[in-house]
Design a binder for this molecule. Structure first.
Ligand SMILES: NC(=O)c1ccc[n+]([C@@H]2O[C@H](COP(=O)([O-])OP(=O)(O)OC[C@H]3O[C@@H](n4cnc5c(N)ncnc54)[C@H](O)[C@@H]3O)[C@@H](O)[C@H]2O)c1
Length: 404
């Protein structure tokens, strides 16, 4: 802890109230204890409106619109909201993930309305958040940070802020480079996952095991193919590449294609379910978050899989041990599996990695499609376990002949 006094601003009154009572509204290991302790000590307070400060850090949502263009409205509103509080010497940092040139073309002109010269009398930088949900407490301190100023002085002023709590290296650059760094970090992973998903489709048509292809190829010291799955979700990987495509539509060909491949995976998963069980079957969905061991369902491919299955006539029941509320009723695992014809694993929660064959005993047909390659130890049982990357290999075809 660096000893600074912090005011947290949120327009959502419920969040402000709950934080002031020491309660965090998101699932993040270690955060609940720290927040309870800091709010009790009075070092942090949550408020609905900004007030004068030395440093303003803006970390509001940056979703995409229906047409896949960046929605910068929250960043614009939040920047405008601090204008009345801005004083000479202030440092303004945008941590939200933003489209290329947003700091220079959108945020800087808004701040210029303060009549203070941006870069000389007030300082503006983009320092993208790059923490992994589930590891935030550690990564916030240990990760290197890219700090892009509208000029060098701004980058240096912003770096002083992070030096108070970051142990990683502070990498100073210009604002647009920092914006692209963040977008490329997530785009690299999205493109890599698209490659893995394409290997799944190719391997299934060749009758080989994509998981084996990927894990053996990754034994090469300079190869790191990511893991395939039912698609890519979350508010980062499934969103940020579109910001680049919007900024450079003619050039960003591979990035756009990767988005297309990953977005095709829910449909691909449903096609595999259709090959396993007829469309009047009951499918138990296990896992609806966009990745394992978190409670976040934003942009999760599970939603598309569920909607497509229902469209095809399947009866769908949903289970997720991390999620409390969803647009579908949630069941505990036994009730979800009871009398179902296919268990469809869409998220690799640790709870699923540890599942034993017994839990599937009450299924009507013991068929599992594991899209996250997380189940092991089912050999020699009467359960037909299919993985997304080797559904139609010779061995599985034999198993399939016995289904139904
Ligand atoms: N959460 C992560 O792990 C992560 C990682 C990297 C980057 N990011 C980026 O950080 C940004 C924020 O993400 P998040 O997950 O924290 O979003 P979030 O939706 O969980 O939280 C954002 C909060 O901002 C509040 N808000 C909206 N407008 C506001 C305004 N004008 N003034 C004050 N508060 C306002 C909302 O009420 C909300 O509580 C996004 O650009 C995201 O892409 C997040």
């Amino acid at each position: 802890m660096s000893g600074k006094e912090v005011v947290g601003i949120d327009i959502n009154e419920d969040i402000v109230n709950s934080l002031n009572n020491g309660i965090v509204h998101i699932e993040e290991p270690g955060l609940d204890k720290l927040v309870a302790m800091l709010f009790a000590s009075g070092k942090i307070i949550a408020k609905k409106k900004p007030e004068p400060a030395d440093v303003f850090i803006i970390a509001v949502p940056t979703p995409i619109k229906e047409d896949k263009t960046a929605n910068l409205d929250y960043v614009i509103e939040a920047t405008k909201s601090i204008l009345p509080c801005i004083r000479e010497g202030n440092v303004v940092i945008i941590e939200s993930t933003i489209s290329p040139r947003t700091t220079i073309d959108i945020v800087k002109p808004i701040l210029a309305a303060s009549k203070l010269k941006v870069g000389e009398e007030i300082y503006l930088a983009h320092c993208p958040e790059r923490v992994l949900p589930g590891q935030i407490m550690r990564e916030l301190v240990e990760n290197d940070r890219v700090i892009g100023g509208v000029n060098l002085r701004s980058a240096q002023k912003a770096a002083e802020v992070y030096r108070a709590f970051v142990k990683g290296e502070l990498l100073l650059t210009d604002a647009t480079t920092a914006e692209m760094c963040k977008l490329m970090e997530n785009t690299y992973r999205d493109v890599n996952i698209a490659l893995a998903n394409e290997i799944v489709k190719i391997s299934n048509s060749l009758g080989i095991n994509a998981h084996e292809v990927i894990s053996y190829a990754n034994r090469h010291p300079r190869v790191n193919i990511h893991q395939p799955g039912p698609g890519v979700g979350g508010h980062c990987l499934a969103v940020d590449p579109y910001f680049i495509v919007e900024a450079a539509p003619k050039e960003a060909k591979m990035i756009a294609l990767a988005r297309e491949i990953n977005s095709s995976m829910p449909q691909y998963v449903v096609e595999q379910v259709e090959r396993l069980v007829p469309s009047d079957s009951k499918v138990a969905i296990l896992g609806i978050t966009y990745k394992g061991n978190i409670d976040d369902t934003r942009e999760s491919p599970a939603e598309h899989v569920i909607d497509l299955l229902i469209e095809q006539g399947y009866k769908v029941v949903v289970h997720d041990p991390h999620v409390k509320e969803y647009y579908h009723p949630l069941f505990d695992i036994e009730d979800a599996l009871n009398n179902s014809d296919c268990a469809l694993i869409l998220t690799d929660h640790n709870e699923f990695r540890n599942l034993k064959p017994d839990i599937f005993n009450k299924m009507r047909k013991k068929i599992i499609l594991d899209t996250k390659d997380c189940l092991t130890g089912f050999e020699g049982t009467d359960i037909s376990l299919y993985k997304i990357g080797h559904i139609w290999s010779t061995v599985d075809k034999l198993a399939l002949a016995n289904v139904g």
